[in-house]
Design a protein around this ligand. Structure first.
Ligand code: UZR
Ligand code: MG
Length: 205
């Protein structure tokens, strides 16, 4: 199994890059584990308590579970992945069963910050976009898709997203094998990545 970690700041376009790569892979199976599904279970807190938590600090992620799942899939074992809701900021209580496949992509802002998880990757990618571009994308997404208002997004960006990005996410770029500039759609980099993945798969299978 080929394991690829794809990190980058909020709004850098990780999800888009992953989806474009998926379209170009000629293998029968690819799993994508999103960091979003591995936030700690905070169901014991009230909604207003959960709303003010810091979701951009490595401690907000249940890395133990994520690493356990990556290892299980590499061992050929299925996993039961928790389903997370951004509306309630908590696990929904439901699970989805995931069977091992020949490629595993692990995607999220913090997936290159954990030293134990870093050992599991064959290829580490960091998607880069300038912070003004990322802020614009984040405002669009949170107001259009996540029902948040502009003041709330700007406040969170200044007080949490930006400091956490500078402290944890940007330094994790040093762990990457490859940095993808993604200020606009980078089709060359996507072709490049899909080719590398396809070639590696041909060699190992
Ligand atoms: P991407 N996030 C939420 O908004 N709510 C949650 O319950 C859990 C996470 C956000 C998180 C982070 N920050 O910036 C973003 N906040 O999801 C990461 N607030 O996702 O890489 O797609 O932007
Ligand atoms: Mg995303």
């Amino acid at each position: 199994m080929l394991v690829i970690g794809i990190a980058g700041g909020t709004g850098s376009g990780k999800t888009t890059v992953v989806n474009k790569i998926l379209q170009q892979l000629n293998v029968e199976g690819v799993n994508v584990l999103s960091q979003d599904n591995y936030y700690h279970d905070n169901q014991h807190l009230t909604l207003s308590e959960r709303e003010v938590l810091n979701y951009d600090h490595p401690k907000s992620i249940d890395f133990d579970l994520l690493i356990k799942h990556v290892k299980a899939l590499k061992n050929g074992e299925p996993i039961e992945q928790p389903i997370y809701s951004f509306v309630t900021h908590s696990r929904s209580g439901d699970f989805v069963s995931i069977e091992p496949k020949s490629v595993l992509i692990v995607e999220g802002i913090l997936v290159l910050t954990n030293s134990e998880l870093l050992k599991e990757y064959d290829l580490k990618v960091f998607v880069h976009a300038d912070s003004d571009e990322r802020l614009i994308r984040r405002i669009r997404r949170d107001t259009q898709e996540r029902g948040r208002d502009l003041q709330e997004v700007l406040h969170r960006y200044q007080t949490t997203l930006k400091p956490m990005h500078q402290e944890f996410i940007e330094p994790s770029k040093n762990e990457a094998d490859l940095i993808v500039p993604n200020m606009k759609q980078n089709t060359v980099a996507i072709d490049f990545l899909s080719t590398v993945i396809n070639n590696t798969l041909k060699k190992t299978h």
